[in-house]
Design a protein around this ligand. Structure first.
Ligand code: ARG
Ligand code: ZN
Length: 457
């Protein structure tokens, strides 16, 4: 019998829940996110967000209309969206005014009449004011960040609610349209691709961007301000990058993005989105973010940072963890990609990098947290999540061998493309492909706050 791991125990708990409730996966009664229990609303499923954003950099005033199209899992007399942005002025459900109440980080909507189970419905929310960032003592600054010449939205983990109402549940991905209006001359970018040429009326210009592949809220992005934009098409994929010319000049981002995509496509399989790119805006948050199809860098990045954010397009953006507890599935994979890329470009070998970290003595705080459950405040802990996440993958690779390991990376990216998956799914897939029992290895490397033994090889 297979040893019961934390991962398999969680999977069978979900199976028991399914038996007890008869509810299909993704419907009501799945537990809330363990790190962000206030985020997410489970009685409906969003299909599309249409975000009409009118923004004036000089005043930082946002005048917005968000249209959320969703299907109801059950009859809804009232429902909630995640929202803590500027004051709401009006809410319409299927075109009729609805009652609403804003409190904390939720917008509660009561439609004139209940929404029928299975019905597709639209919610229009109008709001106006200056959105503000979240400054979290543990996670730093994120959400809508106003800049001297505009704004940029960096939402990970739960910052999207600072600028639009959404179902901020990793499992409820949706497509997006961004219609951004600014004074003419200001540049506005978002995820995905431009849809049609800009429209100018009365000194204001509207640009439309579309993300046609499902996207989790934390990966949505807009960047507004003075930007120098570059566009090319490389191997059939549009590459759109931008940097703020008032900051330092950047010549690396555009070609490095194309190179990272080309190199990673060969290793991980088809690139999941319809365009790539990147945006540099010197916002001083101290991190880059893998916003879907177009990461944001808070300074001119080095090559490895670009390789990391582009790796997230497969690992994090296309295949997204089901809950934030599994953040190592994002950061461990992206960090391991840096190690692979380095080795292939004249740097130290992956084994050397692993060995150097592995020399860290058993009593060192480096080993203090569980990589597979670091805790909400330590979700971006570099040692526990990024480095030990990558080390976990290397331990797995030395156990199952190169052929099965690289097959696993590609099969993982393909099997869970545009969806969500958890560590239990990775364990099951790795065991299936390699015919190894891997529960003990996962337990040692992910669910033990201590230096794990080296895997035999
Ligand atoms: N996911 C980002 C990366 O690629 C880090 C985001 C950090 N976010 C934050 N709120 N501190 O490493
Ligand atoms: Zn990362």
């Amino acid at each position: 019998m297979m040893r019961r791991t934390r991962a398999t125990a969680a999977a069978s708990a979900a199976a028991v829940l399914l038996l007890l409730t008869g509810a299909p996966a993704g419907a009501a009664l799945t537990p809330p996110d363990p790190y962000f229990p206030l985020s997410g609303n489970q009685r409906y499923d969003v299909r599309h967000y249409d975000l009409d954003l009118d923004f004036t950099p000089a005043s930082h005033l946002l005048d917005a209309r968000a249209t959320v199209t969703a299907s109801a899992d059950r009859s809804l007399a009232t429902f909630r969206l995640d929202y803590s942005g500027p004051a709401v002025q009006q809410v319409l459900v299927d075109g009729r005014p609805a009652a609403y109440r804003s409190d904390g980080q939720k917008l509660t909507v009561t439609p004139a009449r209940p929404i029928r189970p299975g019905a597709l419905f639209t919610v229009v929310v109008r709001y106006r004011g200056t959105p503000e960032r979240i400054s979290d003592p543990a996670l730093g600054d994120y959400g809508w960040i106003n800049t001297p010449d505009g704004a940029v939205a960096l939402n990970e983990p739960d910052g999207a609610r600072t600028w639009y109402p959404l179902n901020d549940d990793l499992r409820d991905k949706a497509t997006y349209t961004f219609r951004i209006t600014t004074p003419t001359g200001v540049t506005a970018l978002a995820n995905g691709e431009p849809a049609g040429p800009p429209q100018t009326h009365d000194g204001r210009t509207t640009v439309t961007w579309q993300m046609r592949k499902p996207m989790a809220g934390y990966l949505s992005m807009v960047a507004i301000g003075d930007f120098q934009v570059a566009r090319t098409t490389d191997d059939g994929l549009p590459n759109i990058t931008a940097y703020d010319p008032n900051g330092s000049d950047d010549t690396l981002l555009h070609p490095a993005t194309a190179q990272a995509v080309a190199w990673e496509r060969k290793r991980f399989g088809a690139y999941p989105f319809d365009s790539t790119g990147g945006i540099i805006d010197e916002v001083g948050v101290g991190y880059a973010l893998e916003s879907q199809s177009r990461p944001v860098y808070d300074r001119g990045p080095d090559e490895l940072t670009v390789v990391h954010e582009i790796a997230h397009q497969w690992f994090g953006d296309s295949v997204t963890p089901s809950t934030w507890r599994d953040i190592w599935l994002n950061e461990g994979f992206a960090t391991y990609t840096e190690w692979l890329w380095q080795e292939d470009h004249g740097g130290p070998s992956v084994q050397q990098v692993f060995d150097t970290y592995y020399e860290t003595p058993a009593g060192d705080p480096f080993w203090n947290l569980e990589t597979g459950d670091p805790g909400r405040d330590e979700m971006f802990n570099f040692d526990a999540v990024y480095v030990r996440g990558a080390m976990t993958l290397h331990a797995l690779r030395t156990t199952i061998g190169d052929r099965d390991f690289f097959d696993l990376l590609r099969t993982w990216a393909h099997t869970y493309r545009y969806g969500t998956a958890d560590t239990g799914d990775l364990l099951r897939l790795a065991e299936k492909l390699s015919h190894h029992r891997l529960g003990p290895l996962f337990d040692d490397w992910l669910y033990t706050a201590a230096k794990p033994p080296l895997p035999p090889h």
